[in-house]
Design a protein around this ligand. Sequence first.
Ligand code: HEM
Length: 439
Amino acid sequence: MINTIYKPIKVTLASALTFVKVPKDFIDSKLSGLAPWYQMNLGVYKLNLISDPNILNYVLKENEINYTKSKVYWHELKRMVGPSVGSLEGDDWKLLRKLESVHFTPKVAQQLMPNYLKYLDQFLNNWKSNNTSFNLLESFAVLNITFILKTLFNMEEASRGEKIAEYIADGEFIIAHRSKFPWRPYTAWLNGMNLRYKKHVKYFHAYAKESVRLFKESPKTPSLIDSLLKDDQLKFDKIDLLRNEIIVHLGASTETTAVAESWILILLARNPEKLKILKDEIRQIDTELIGVKHIERLKYTTAVVYETLRLFPPSHAIVRDAIKEDTVLGVKVKSGEVMFISSYAMHRNPTYWNNPQDFIPERFIGANINKMDHFVPFGAGKHICIGQHIALPMLTLAISNFINRFEYNIENLDKIHGIALSTLKPNIPVQMKLKTRKL
Ligand code: HEM
């Protein structure tokens, strides 16, 4: 039973424009007395900034039928990429999500991890010999791309990982840019962004064609590509659909995970006493390659992963548009209004968290995150992240093995803060130097 009476706080147009330009700065400026609901009239549409789990539950679960993926971000993805599990709604989305879900269950995720560990081991070995400063986020993104392409689409990527990572990151940047203001999809012709995006899509089209050819030549273990090609219910062109799925899965999985890995190492570097507890836990395992069977023992490492996803949720907002007029917990919302549910704000809301700005992994030890509806790094409701059961062990294994092998120093630690594009990422490349530990 919800007793709260919601009274949205109206925001001036000037502040609303600041919010659209730099959402995180606006939220940070309000954090000490955060209201659950701010309303902003942007002329072309009204935006509701939400940091309250009751409203989240209503929009994403109880009356989800009235809320569609938003014109902010998602529509641009659909316009630029086309139909995919990330951009569709309605029956086509349902079919596609059902078809894909079998590849993302907790059991399948466990089975995929030995493959992930194989790549992780290879990458860490390469980093080992590299004692010059390297870009952390890019390096993790290439590792994640290599794994996801092999796992979901059966493609071996020794040589093209870096190029693909660059295209995916640029594509995300362009979509986020186009989403901010309604005129940007048109002005993006002038600054060359649209043309660049078209080139990226063309690259992935050729890539999808090649992956189908290779798959038909020698079908391997059942994977997502298998299910997509066999399906006869979805009426989309197979190569187009596969191309879109490759783009969307890489976009949704690799940068989010790489961003989380970067934030974990940044937060640990800023909190050496927590890093020490983590090291002690990891070193007790006393093995060269920490595997799935050890995760159960990595309680503090898991808590560090959750606490990082709380402070810096890579997908920092879940955004929907109202289809029809509605009354949301006593407040009228008109058709077309945007519900910008900020997980970043909710995760730092003092109503739900003690010392919300501090890095305290201990708060997650023994916590049942399925019961915490104010902790939503993977979203909620029917569009909840399909890859969460893959992402969590990836993060735990990446960090524990990294810390097991290296001492690290982030050279530009003091200059790093978060910026919210499509993901909440570090504002500058994280430059790191590594020292290999004797195992
Ligand atoms: C730390 C890593 C990750 C984070 C924080 C994250 C977060 C999210 C969030 C918040 C959503 C919901 C968006 C919404 O409702 O508007 C989402 C959806 C999605 N995620 Fe993830 N994700 C991560 C990793 C992955 C991985 C590893 C994959 C796939 C291998 C993946 C694939 C997807 C897809 C396809 C969707 C769209 C689902 C749909 O609309 O039905 N994500 N993710």
